[in-house]
Ligand binder design. Structure first.
Ligand code: GYE
Length: 324
């Protein structure tokens, strides 16, 4: 049923865009740019905001968008990319769920002369000509910031400092970068020990599951720190901790990535100790890149989004409302 509704929606989208293109041609005005956008899913607060940013920015920029949600399934994303190619959109943008497995479909886009923009996550490929440009966060840097916070927080503690890690979707760029960047820093300090690290797919439900598992494996006093690759998993873990009488932020320190409003509120309350921003508001930049690649203008191969870190050592009172 859901599938039928989605198919209907895509067809409706195509018809609307075709009608629009024709009417534009008839009145002699320039065609609007048509962008095929494959979002990887709706797994987190970050992602919902990112989809909102993309779709509203398209509307504002006068770009016709065909927006498809792949529901965290790479096969769905590949199917969406193929439908965009069949439709002959002017440009494709997508957030790749994982890094590998894109060469064939991107080769098809290239053969059809459709430029591709990577948004949010990267791909691993030996052929860099398969995409025009990429706009994403510096995930390794985010991981390093998490490590730097711990170095600062535990500078007068001899250790061991036991860390449990709630990791993001396996093989995805943010999970890889946040994992590796963190270790870039803590590996220089043997007192830091990651005693648990598992994939929670960036979802609150899995954060809950993982935290229950962790508390089956360890006594709360054996855990010093939770390093969570995103806020939603953090929220799930916090709920489990609170239900078990553990005081998050006090009995166990928490580092979380994304910086949604709820995590800012938690930082202010001392429930979370450090938040690393990951900015989902990339819509306007995506539309600008889309216009440029369609016009054949030069674009940087890779653009990083600006981001900040806030922790218990700084002033947190004036953090502006995030809006999501
Ligand atoms: O941090 C997480 C989301 O790829 C940067 O994916 C994104 C991550 C984000 O599910 O909340």
């Amino acid at each position: 049923m859901v599938r039928h509704v989605r198919t209907f929606f895509v067809i409706l989208c195509i018809l609307t865009i075709s009608a629009c293109k024709e009417s534009r041609q008839n009145d002699g005005a320039a065609d609007p740019v048509v962008l095929g956008y494959s979002q990887l899913g709706d797994e987190s607060t970050w992602r919902t905001r990112n989809s909102f940013s993309i779709t509203t920015a398209a509307q504002k920029a006068g770009i016709k968008i065909m927006f498809e949600d792949a529901m965290q399934d790479q096969a769905n994303q590949i199917k969406a990319l193929r439908s965009f190619i069949a439709y002959k959109v002017d440009v494709i943008a997508f957030s790749p769920l994982v890094e590998t497995g894109w060469d064939t479909v991107l080769g098809e886009a290239k053969a059809a002369g459709i430029p591709v923009i990577l948004v949010d996550r990267m791909i691993k490929t030996s052929d860099q000509s398969l995409y025009a440009c990429a706009l994403c966060s510096d995930f390794r840097r985010e991981g390093r910031k998490a490590g730097e916070f711990l170095v600062k927080k535990y500078k007068n503690v001899s250790g061991p400092v036991n860390i449990v890690e709630l990791a993001g979707t396996e093989e995805s760029t943010p999970a890889i970068g946040r994992f590796e960047g963190f270790r870039d820093i803590i590996s220089a300090h043997p007192k830091f020990r990651v005693i648990f690290s598992e994939d929670g797919d960036f979802m609150a439900s899995k954060g809950r599951e993982l935290m229950n598992k962790i508390l089956d494996l360890y006594k709360p006093e054996e855990i010093n720190v939770i390093y969570s690759h995103n806020d939603d998993m953090t929220f799930g873990a916090i709920e489990v901790m609170q239900a078990s009488g553990i005081r998050p932020g006090k009995d166990i320190a928490i580092i979380s990535v994304d910086m949604t409003q709820r995590s800012v509120d938690y930082l202010k309350l001392g429930v979370v100790n450090c938040i690393i921003e990951c900015n989902p508001n990339s819509g306007a930049q995506v539309m600008e890149l889309a216009r440029k690649v369609v016009a054949g203008e030069p674009v940087p191969k890779r653009t990083y989004i600006d981001e900040q870190t806030f922790d218990e050592f700084g002033a947190v009172g004036n953090i502006p409302n995030r809006g999501y």
